[in-house]
Design a protein around this ligand. Sequence first.
Ligand code: CTP
Ligand code: MG
Length: 231
Amino acid sequence: MKNYGIVLAAGKGKRMGSKISKQFLDLNGKPLFFYALEAFENSDVDSVIVVCSAEYKDYCENVLSIYKEEKTFSKVEKIVVGGAERYNSVYNALKEISDADYVLIHDGARPMITKDIINRSLSEVKKHKACVVAVPVKDTIKEADSEDYINKTLDRSSLWQMQTPQSFEYKLIAQAYENAMKSDLSAITDDAMVLEEYDPSFKIKLVMGDYKNLKVTTSEDLEIAKVFLKS
Ligand code: CTP
Ligand code: MG
């Protein structure tokens, strides 16, 4: 049995608007994506693939080779160049793997991920073949029309907010992505959706995440992450 963590760090961070892509910004003394790498290092995952853009490949190779030697990130096996969209980056990573039983796909922009959530994902994916970390929605969610008038209120008791890792049997998600790459992917926002499209009858298990496992998207998220990580 071999399982991989895929840590996605190939985004541009347009909504953050910083000069350096958000995943490489300093967060309490370390590059933001290091926190996810640390959680994977301390987890039961065997190997880690880091996905970054061509622009940051040298930087990632340099910094990660130092930390690999120091055994800080001993599990990092490969650095793969990502693509224009998140799904291109995931697809590029999946293509680089041949010997995996399970893959745990994680946003490098979620620094508050813990080894416990990763280990829980790993044990659930072995039971269900597909599982995603998520939390129940706390706010009331409404559907709006194109002119911003309320259409209806959705039933909150059945709504969950997706996080990562999203974990899958490797063969299953590789096939689903292979299939998805042939069609229009513009609506795809997470990995579970790729499998939902491929096999609508497939039952994807939800794994309880943590409200702290937020994705750093805008500058206020960075401030929140600083506070969370200090406590
Ligand atoms: N990601 C990636 N490759 C892309 C786009 C995103 O690896 N082409 C990664 C990001 O680095 C991040 C995660 O996917 O860790 C979630 O994406 P998001 O928060 O949307 O990050 P960005 O795309 O970088 O941000 P923005 O959408 O604001 O540009
Ligand atoms: Mg994005």
